[in-house]
Design a protein around this ligand. Sequence first.
Ligand code: HEM
Length: 193
Amino acid sequence: MLKNSRSSYGSVAKWLHWLIALWVLAAYLIILYLKSQSDAFPLPGLNIHKVVGFSILVPVLFRLYWRATNIQPALPDHMPRWQRRASGLSHGFLYFFLIAMPVTGYLGNGGGVDYGAFRIPPFLGSPVSAWIYDTVGISDSQWDTFFDTLHYGIMGPWLFWMLIAVHAGAAIWHHHVQKDDVFKRMLPGRNKK
Ligand code: HEM
């Protein structure tokens, strides 16, 4: 079953979920490895992190489209209202970070993203960025610092990780404490109708 049903996710949503999870992990492992090897800026090999991190937008945008055009499996009846709200809120934040991480990384970096066969030019230094600096009344270094602070000062090492931990913790709690099928229905395999 490709599409979601009222009781389970379809295979497209499941594979997108685990693919994106591994993709995020890869972006993290690459940058952590590079930082463990050198303190230079920019880090040697940084482009690998940028290519992996920027490309995540493709499955993330497709997943948002798939979510918008599919029904969502219902949450178990035993869940109180605050948990339903918390679940909706945390999923909203996860999507926000899945877009904000690549976007802030790109906006704060002057090197662009080099795919070998083609290159995405940097936003920093572009005519649009010059227009924004003029309109808002900031310098390019203030812009750079703002997005760098968001990307690798606040969101990357703290907020995004904490959110992922809450998300994974909730899945484990559903599986082991509530013993419902909230976690199981996201695992690849056969679906209930
Ligand atoms: C899902 C996507 C991404 C994730 C999860 C991610 C995560 C991170 C993390 C955790 C750090 C290091 C934080 C630390 O210093 O401990 C980092 C640094 C960095 N990222 Fe990303 N990133 C992503 C996408 C991107 C993209 C698309 C670009 C640029 C096009 C980018 C450019 C950078 C740069 C320039 C650094 C600083 C490296 C240094 O310290 O030399 N990132 N990122």
